[in-house]
Design a protein around this ligand. Structure first.
Ligand code: GP9
Ligand code: MN
Length: 604
């Protein structure tokens, strides 16, 4: 049995390195990868310790064969899709019909090699039958064995968690999961995720949808004169990585941080009371909110946990109006499970990492630099059917905000936080990249017929850097109310030829979908959104955060305390009516997602 574990362990490492091509950035990561499969192998092969004699041999061989089949399936799947198997993928059997011929091709000598260890085991068992235990292991030895492997698992997991904080709760990328916890643990994790959401889904019925519909009924606002002013135009959404509002119209060491965005605001609708509402799913949560006008979940990324749901997202709605939709983002396609979630949202195409040419000189930090991404996308953008609904996701302004000296238009700031210091330089870089993009669109004749929505996806400067940020903003210490106000991100809606206006209505990412659809002249009866049209004079001045905090025209509520907009503590009764409302907002949105209730809407 130990020989089986050892051989399989070596096999896994070889597969990780040479087939899945998992790269480690340092020795700790390499060790994490090396040990990632060991505890699960010890566990599965450990079942043989409950047997003896012939049964023992059979159990070891059966375990080896089953695990190898699972491994091979993953390798084949990886060969086609550059991704690992998930339960929903296995259930989508319709996909497999196309694969038949390719599977035969992939069943090469390499696949044969993967069964080598089993042949060795079989041979060893025949040749040296004396090594097969004649008696079962004592309960005590078995307990020591299993306690040992569980300890190994926990130690390994804590190292992995240290390398990748919130590895399991955020579940951001299958590749990262496999690299850190190993393929077999990943499958167990995936099955748990899946069964949790299937159970909640199974218990839901269409009456629950009616409850939600009644709740959001009042959010639909009557038409006003901006209805349809952008009818039939292309839409370009730009998700601006980690862009917070405090850099807009601001300077650092006397230099303007976002000159292009400031100019653009002079020709656009600019929303200065606009907040991000993301949870652990960060960028993907922002995308989710923008396209669905639903709240993200309180734990995990809804892109990951509920990609199998039915949605009524903006790209899907716009399909009915002849729109073609696509996303440009130069990262792994499975990051945030985008490759599975985008089709569920109705996107036609995803231009991901593999569609871009990244190398050491045109990349930094998380990957391809923003300017390069825009540049390399233009030809594809030009060739898309029109009108299009296209989303760009920038990346350079991502923590840890690294940037080569040559690209630093403004040098880093000089506070106690090197993160904040670097942030200004990367924001400035991204601002310039967007300017370049607009110039290129004008050159290509793509500007006039397009409307633009630029939004900050979430905060970039976390609370760990509050001291330095407060110093920069000329404040003493931040109160919890200040921290809420720091969740402001820019929202710019630019319609070429339209007059500029600063909009000070309180709102959040949840309001983008109804606002945009109104401008595009789209009226859908069968849609549920938790946001409201920003341009409606009847819009409620209220925005809710994922943790139940909220902001209104007059109040800020967070961590159980009610403040006025100057940050002075008030009696909580001022906030009471909104506290209840905020809870209901989140509860109904969660119900909708956990129960996959929109499937009843689509079936009506
Ligand atoms: C990854 C990018 C950044 O593709 O969207 O994700 P984040 O860490 O900001 O959620
Ligand atoms: Mn982000």
């Amino acid at each position: 049995m130990l020989l089986a574990v050892f051989l399989f362990w070596v096999k896994m490492y070889v597969v990780y390195k040479f087939i899945f091509a998992i790269a480690a950035e340092n020795t700790v990561q390499e060790l994490i990868l090396l040990f990632s499969s060991l505890s699960s192998l010890l566990f599965i092969f450990g079942i043989a310790l409950f047997t003896k004699g012939k049964m023992y041999t059979h159990t070891v061989l059966c375990s080896a064969v089953s695990l190898t089949i699972l491994l091979c399936s993953n390798i084949m799947f990886y060969g086609f899709f550059d991704d690992y198997l998930t339960v929903p993928v296995l259930l989508q059997t319709s996909n497999f019909s196309d694969l038949g011929s390719s599977i035969r091709e992939l069943l090469s000598y390499r696949t044969g090699l993967l069964f080598m260890d089993i042949i060795v085991l079989w041979y060893v068992a025949r040749k040296w039958p004396q090594i097969i235990p004649k008696d079962k292991l004592s309960i005590k030895s078995r307990s020591v064995y299993f306690v040992g492997l569980i300890t190994l698992f926990i130690v390994h997991l804590s190292f992995a968690e240290k390398e990748r904080p919130q590895l399991l709760t955020r579940s951001f990328d299958r590749k990262i999961l496999v690299k850190n916890i190993g393929l077999f643990n990943y499958h167990v994790y995936d099955v748990i995720l899946q069964s949790k959401s299937s159970a909640q889904r199974a218990l839901a019925d269409s009456d629950k949808l009616i409850e939600v519909e009644n709740f959001v009924g009042g959010k639909r606002k009557p038409k006003h004169d901006l209805f349809g002013i952008a009818k039939g135009k292309n839409v370009i959404i730009i998700s601006m990585e980690s862009l917070q509002q405090f850099v807009i119209n601001n300077t650092v060491n006397g230099q303007v941080i976002t000159p292009f965005l400031n100019e653009l605001i002079q020709k656009s609708y600019y929303f200065n009371e606009f907040y991000h509402q993301t949870g652990q799913g960060k960028t993907s949560d922002a995308e989710f909110i923008i396209d669905n006008s639903l709240y993200p979940l309180d734990r995990g990324a809804v892109f990951f946990t509920h990609a199998g749901n039915q949605y009524v997202a903006t790209p899907a709605i716009l399909r009915h109006y002849g729109y073609y939709s696509a996303v440009f983002h130069a990262n792994n396609k499975s990051f945030w499970n985008r490759n599975l979630m985008y089709p569920a949202l109705g996107y036609h195409r995803y231009f991901h990492g593999q569609h871009f040419a990244a190398n050491a000189t045109n990349s930094v930090g998380w990957g391809l630099k923003d300017r390069e991404m825009f540049e390399q996308s233009i030809q594809q953008l030009k060739s898309l059917p029109r009108p299009f609904y296209v989303k760009y996701i920038t990346l350079t302004n991502h923590f840890p905000f690294r940037l080569g000296v040559k690209d630093q238009i403004i040098p880093p700031y000089d506070s106690t936080s090197s993160t904040l210091n670097r942030y200004f330089s990367t924001v400035r870089y991204s601002d310039e990249a967007v300017r370049y993009f607009f110039t290129r669109l004008q050159e290509e004749g793509l500007y006039e017929d397009t409307i633009f929505v630029l939004y900050g996806d979430h905060y970039g400067i976390s609370e760990n850097h509050n001291k330095a940020l407060a110093q920069y903003l000329g404040k003493g210490e931040f109160t919890p109310a200040d921290v809420v106000l720091l969740q402001k991100v820019p929202l710019i809606i630019h319609i070429p030829g339209q007059k500029a206006k600063v909009m000070s209505q309180v709102g959040g990412q949840i309001d983008v979908k109804p606002t945009l659809l109104h401008l595009l002249g789209v009226e859908r009866e069968r849609d549920i959104h938790f946001g409201e049209d920003f341009f409606s004079p009847l819009k409620e001045q209220f925005t809710v955060f994922r943790d139940g905090s909220f902001v209104t025209e007059h109040y800020i509520y967070t961590r159980g305390v009610c403040y006025n907009r100057n940050g002075e503590v008030l009696d909580v009764t001022h906030c009471l009516p909104y506290i209840k409302k905020a809870r209901l907002e989140l509860r109904y949105s969660d119900k909708l997602i956990y129960g996959d209730l929109l499937r009843f809407l689509n079936n009506r």
